[in-house]
Design a protein around this ligand. Structure first.
Ligand SMILES: Nc1nc2c(ncn2[C@@H]2O[C@H](COP(=O)(O)OP(=O)(O)OP(=O)(O)O)[C@@H](O)[C@H]2O)c(=O)[nH]1
Ligand SMILES: [Zn+2]
Length: 217
């Protein structure tokens, strides 16, 4: 273990960040280590019986490391960085941004799951709202990490509750998991739907209104 209570399997250095653990919060992470990831990919290629020095694979460890850097860039970032613009518009009805494309990494198999996120909230009585793009940025922040769909859904909802103090939040995510389509059970086209509701969306009428706005076009 390092000084932050994080296992460091190779014992070669502490984690760099002390961000608090917990739902809706970044987890403690080390900075992204490009060389370490590239070395691991080279090992992977050897492990699967490939020649990492053949022409087509020579640059692969470096490419894969760059791809992973992008795929996990939400690790260690805090939602307050994203939900910065809070206007006081006096609008206190539901706001919904639907069909936010995302892709994330299933933490069990490190393959992609991707789909659409729908994010709704009801501002508080002061009418505090955020920029619409910030809801999509929040989805990006939490999807760019190793994830499970349920946690992704509730982290987005909880971050909105924490930062905007709204009267209600509803997040619905529909996604296809490559780990269920390209391998394993092999069910391409199967879609997983998760939802997280907070505050006024717990009431049946409000929840139904949100769902019908999301699903019926
Ligand atoms: N709840 C949940 N499960 C997920 C998610 N992504 C992948 N999984 C599941 O995680 C499980 C991991 O199961 P294991 O039995 O440990 O791994 P496995 O032998 O590779 O399982 P199979 O996929 O059934 O071949 C699988 O059932 C996956 O479908 C997710 O976002 N949420
Ligand atoms: Zn998986």
């Amino acid at each position: 273990m390092d000084g932050f209570g994080i296992p460091d399997p190779d014992g070669d250095g502490p984690a760099a960040s002390t961000l608090a653990p917990g739902n809706g919060r970044p987890r403690q992470v080390r900075p992204f280590d490009h060389d370490r990831v590239a070395r691991a990919v080279r090992e992977l290629l050897i492990g699967i019986g490939e020649d990492p020095d053949r022409e087509g694979l020579r640059k692969t460890p470096d490419r894969v490391a760059r791809a992973y850097r992008e795929a996990v860039e939400g690790l260690g970032r805090d939602p307050s960085e994203v939900l910065t613009t809070v206007f006081d518009e006096g609008h206190d009805e539901m706001v919904l941004v639907r069909d936010i494309d995302f892709s994330s990494l299933c933490e069990h198999h490190l393959v992609v799951f991707s789909g659409k996120a729908h994010v709704a909230y009801i501002p508080n009585s002061k009418g505090q709202i955020t920029g619409l793009s910030k809801l999509a940025r929040l989805v990006d922040l939490y999807s760019r990490r190793p994830q499970v769909q349920e946690r992704l859904t509730s982290q987005i909802a909880d971050a909105l509750v924490e930062v905007l103090d709204p009267r209600g939040v509803m997040v619905v995510i529909e996604a296809e998991h490559l780990c269920m389509s390209m391998r394993g059970v092999r069910k391409p086209g199967a879609t997983t739907v998760t939802s997280a509701v907070r505050g006024q969306f717990l009431s049946t009428a409000t929840r139904n209104e949100g769902m019908s706005l999301i699903l019926h076009r």
